[in-house]
Design a protein around this ligand. Structure first.
Ligand code: AMP
Length: 183
């Protein structure tokens, strides 16, 4: 199914658990572990992503640390393509390229191996994470893909928080697709 029906979207949406005030007061954390352990919701999610991207002629999926690894690696396997982890600073063992991005207070940094796309110039890459909030992480990840001379053809998230401007900012760099939008 390239398009989710209303009913299918509802099954996925209702499988995601809201945890108020985690990790700090005022944040509603969208817990996707209850999507993952729900075989119907996880199955629908992955089948839909497969059907959407099967004709995109992708070379790689790049997943963002850590929940982007779960969806991204499963999708790469379904599509028969390679998977690349984009990790928090200091976790990758080989030579890396890195990008800093601002948080509410201070900054964070993500890294990718310099040869992540096997030095394939212009590789077609889909960026995957569970959720986009301010878009800081995804923007930095898209920069890393560009820095590696690859092309980020789309960024895909299970959940998009539309009350923040992350999706709009990222749209200046690449296409953005979300399964569920939270207003
Ligand atoms: P941002 O850089 O602000 O777009 O934050 C995106 C990253 O933080 C993603 O990797 C998400 O997994 C995580 N994140 C941010 N806000 C939430 C939230 N409300 N619920 C769950 N995860 C979140």
């Amino acid at each position: 199914m390239k398009e989710l029906t209303h009913q299918q979207r509802k099954i996925i949406e209702e499988s995601i658990r809201d945890i108020p005030d985690f990790p700090k007061p005022g944040i509603v954390f969208k817990d996707i572990t209850t999507l993952l352990n729900n075989k119907e919701a996880f199955g629908l999610t992955m089948q839909h992503l497969h059907d959407r991207y099967v004709d995109y002629n992708l070379d790689y999926i790049a997943g963002i640390d850590a929940r982007g690894f779960i969806f991204g690696a499963a999708l790469a396997q379904m599509l028969g393509i390679g998977f690349v982890p984009i990790r928090k600073k200091g976790k990758l063992p080989y030579t890396t390229i890195s990008q800093k991005y601002s948080l509410e207070y201070g900054f964070d940094e993500i890294e990718m191996h310099i040869d992540a796309f096997r030095s394939q110039k212009g590789a077609r890459v889909l960026l995957v994470d569970d959720l986009i909030a301010t878009g800081g992480t995804a923007n930095a990840a898209a920069e890393l893909i560009a820095q590696a001379d690859a092309s980020c053809v789309e960024a895909c998230f299970i959940i998009g928080l539309t009350f923040l401007e992350g999706m709009e900012k990222l749209r200046k760099k690449t296409n953005v697709y979300t399964l569920i939008e939270v207003h």
